[in-house]
Design a protein around this ligand. Sequence first.
Ligand code: ADP
Ligand code: MG
Length: 850
Amino acid sequence: MVKFVQEPGIENIKGLTEDEAAERIKTEGYNELPASKKRTIIDISLEVLKEPMFLLLIAGGAIYLMIGDVEEALMLLVFVFVVIGITIYQEQKVERALEALKSLSSPRALVIRNGVAARIPGREVVRGDIIMLSEGDRVPADAVVLSCSNLLIDESLLTGESVPVRKVPCEKESVIERPGGDDLPFVYSSTLVVQGHGVAEVNKIGINTEIGKIGKALQTLEPEETPLQKETKKLVKIFAAAGMALCVLVIVIYSITRGNWLNGVLTGITLAMALIPEEIPVVLTIFLALGAWRMSKRRVLTRQLRSIQTLGSTTVLSVDKTGTLTMNRMSLRKLYAQGKFFTIDENTASMPEPFHELMEYSILASQHDPFDPMEKAIKDVGNKILINTEHLHDSWILVQEYALSKKLLALSHVWRSPEGNEYVIAAKGAPEAIYDLCHMDDKKISELNSSVQEMAGEGLRVLGVARAVFKKSDLPTDQHEFNFEFIGLIGFYDPLRPGVANAVKECYEAGLRTIMITGDYPVTAQNIAKQAGISPCNEIITGIELEKMGDDELKRRIGNVNVFARVVPEQKLRIVEALKKNGEVVVMTGDGVNDAPALKNAHIGFAMGSRGTEVAREASSFVLLDDDFSSIVQAVKMGRRIFDNLKKAMSYIFAIHVPIAGMSLLPVLLGWPIMLFPAHIAFLELIIDPVCSIVFEAEPEEKDVMKRPPKKLNEPIFDKKMIFISILQGLVILAIVAAVYRGAPMLGESEEQARALAFTTLVIANLSLVFTNRSWSRTIPEMIRTPNKALLGVSIIALFFLALSLYVPFLSSIFQFGQLHLIDLVICAAASILGILWFEGLKIVNRQSR
Ligand code: ADP
Ligand code: MG
């Protein structure tokens, strides 16, 4: 493939200044399509109107008014506002988290401003901006191509035509055309660069672009429905139906036994409020959205909320070596030429003559202003050592570049010197590729290979360097046509990222395997794998072997092979498929266009944020802002924590509903005085429940979170054991509250005092439940050392409101509470703590039996 690097004229382009750009944003607006309208507080309030809890409160209030009990009605009205307030607070919290993620994950654009290239968010691109396009980018706005090479663009979004179209630079005043068709100088917003690169000037933005005209926006992060949400929705429906049936039953029984229809309906409403599990879906949304927000603080962007749930089930991390496990910060360490090695360190200021030529051609085989870390390293050393020698050729002009391809891992540069009449060609690349270019015989190859092995054995990435000359005439299309002559080898050291070895170790403890995938030489890969602690790493599969291997053999061998070398991105898909066939839950990383299929097909794809192309980002569930392997492990950990916390919150919600519903139901069935009225339920459900979801969301991970095997994919949140234990927790508390409620009158307390006692017990028991469910393995005293600020807040708020309801006369009359003494409170507290002691004991027993 022939690629022209020189894009004529672009060195002189300065682009807009930042001030001009800012001015244009002011007058012409941002480069964005009108987003779906943002929800206002009124929208959210209107939605609240549809909530069952709200309707029940209104119905309760209406009945109180009918009975003539204005105070109670007002009380419920206050709770109505509490419902609206809480809902708005939660919705906004979720909305804000998602909004922040959206702007972080929106496409970026590379523009030239003030003469320098800068990456900016796509929405800040203005008319007149000079944009640079390269493979894998989304075009940020409609633009005229100024220069390009081999620029192919997929315009299917606009035209429906899936074959990419070729672009050419704009000649003179071209007439603006519609999208579609080859050899036109226009590129359009949101279309995709599939090959080549180019420079273009923006002429239309936002709504004026072609995509704006058809009003089709790219898909962005939406709070989509997760399998978990579906699972819980079903559950909520079942509960709601059962609740309604019970309510009708209660109304009928009450009315028949006590002969008062209105009070019967009121009791029914109370029960309905106690039974409707409206917090379950809310908890889910909050946990996932806040989870994504938490991960973004750890430099991991969530593109698909549902993947957060899958994270905790991951069994294999298959990751790129260069840049993910290593820093991709190359430094030149060792050279080989004419049978001799030369080692370089920071102090190296000169080297023997034979290595001068090697450095000279290494520089010639690199970009003038290199971006590639290896080429940067070559320049750094070369310029230092060759300065004031005849080996630097700043006046030479690059005529052509032959790019690296997957068939031949080598590239060459063709140079023209002002004086000579021949082209000078420099090539560098994988040693095998260079042998190939030099048409070397087997003897020479095996001789050189032992030097390559030696360098690679030290973990160095080894490149071969070669040169050729060519009589000035038409250049061939293939670099093989040149008569290359081998010069030597250069070895780069790319240090492991700090923390990678620990992260790999942590993964093994957590039942996760790490697989390294690289385009590098097998021995180099093996050495780095060893440094990272990937084991076993004695067996390696290379790209060539992979090519020959059948799917079944791959599936079998991938069971214990952890290093893949000389692999091209296209082969990652087969690796993913083979792992999936083995029942693994696969994380795959990638950055290029060719990585996209593998990223999409893996259970979870991680795109590299700093190197990654837009295509890779769009195919992934997460974007890794710092490209660091350790961040993936952090994300897995976070996924496990979120799932754990969801379970804890759910089991708490299950448990607390048992005594609340029980104490609404039992008095009706057993002919006791009614204990709970709508205001009581509202107190419990509205003040304590939602806040508790915040407590559980903020709960730090369990100590053993990365010491246990991954959870099964699609492991339900509500398993039998959890439901059983939760209901048991609830039943014990129900028994205690009922005992307090029925026992107090026997000790001479009034009905109102008994209610106050039982309610206080219930509120404190509720808090105890939160405390005990913070961990199913560690006891409350052990957990005290793991602070949770939200929990402290909730406890204070709950106890404060309890005190108000007990001791403010107006409130205690609404709640129908009698006077309590300090000793009563102590008894209540003791009783409710008794209710969870068994579970604390169970934790200890469980631990000892393990
Ligand atoms: P990795 O998977 O580790 O990122 P790459 O796919 O980037 O590896 O590169 C694979 C091989 O291609 C390298 O080991 C090297 O031999 C060759 N190669 C990559 N970049 C260059 C370059 N700029 N010049 C010469 N050879 C290169
Ligand atoms: Mg690479």
